[in-house]
Ligand binder design. Structure first.
Ligand code: DX5
Ligand code: ZN
Length: 227
């Protein structure tokens, strides 16, 4: 059985204790650490950049999954690679030359991801499938944690799953993931789930472990029944 990869978003962590929060979600069962980088231009919010990621890199050995919500993105790939990100995901809407951006990420020795906003059709990835390690489908409009899941994106998950076929490309979902919504996207073909508020609610390590386990149980069950 394939196990769902759970990637807590530190956007919902206590930023005054970021290092400890990353250690806590690591021990609580996170598979990847999801890092939401926002610039106040591509999205209406500002978070953190490569220096902060570099400062906390040593707190966990898990995969650092970097979601760039910045425009332009290409001039900063090297800084995020140097900071220790393992996967670098660029928004299709934030680059004019998606093929070139994905090549640039791989040239840095990192896994290349592309993210699509809820309104962006999956056809934009049709000609770059061979350059992709991951597709990140937004189930909220990017910029903030704690928003409601946008249901129609579930159909897009199924379409991307069909496009990807047997290629080793992860399908990741980001936004409004809870034990209630996780089975919908897992059944449609997603294998990586980002969750911010649904993981960090409760504010302590035991709560994080319980929250991660609840999402995993819900999604693994749906993956099994979909197979
Ligand atoms: C939104 C971010 C998400 C966000 C998800 O722009 O990309 O990663 O943290 O938060 P929740 O899980 O609370 O919707
Ligand atoms: Zn994200």
């Amino acid at each position: 059985m394939t196990r769902t990869i759970i990637a807590p978003s530190i956007l919902s962590a206590d930023f005054s204790r970021l290092g400890e929060e990353i250690e806590a979600i690591d021990r609580a069962g996170a598979d990847w650490i999801h890092l939401d980088v926002m610039d106040g231009h591509f999205v209406p919010n500002i978070t953190f950049g490569a220096p902060v990621i570099k400062a906390v890199r040593g707190r966990s050995k898990k995969v650092f999954d970097c979601h760039l919500m910045i425009e332009p993105a290409d001039p900063y790939f090297a800084a995020f690679a140097d900071a220790g990100c393992d996967i670098i995901t660029v928004h299709a809407e934030a680059t004019k030359h998606l093929d070139r951006s994905l090549q640039a990420i791989r040239d840095l020795g990192k896994k290349a991801g592309v993210s699509l906003n809820p309104a962006t059709p999956e056809s934009v990835i049709e000609y770059v499938l061979d350059r992709l390690d991951l597709v990140l489908l937004m189930t909220v409009n990017p910029g903030f944690g704690g928003q409601a899941f946008i249901g129609p994106v579930v159909d897009k998950v199924a379409r991307v799953k069909a496009m990807v076929g047997a290629r080793p490309i992860d399908i990741e979902i980001d936004g409004g993931v809870t034990p209630e919504t996780a089975p919908l996207v897992a059944a449609a073909g997603a294998n990586v789930l980002v969750a911010g508020s649904a993981v960090f609610r409760g504010g302590n390590e035991q709560a994080y472990a319980d929250n991660i386990a609840a999402i995993r149980r819900a999604s693994d069950g749906a993956m099994r029944s979909a197979a």
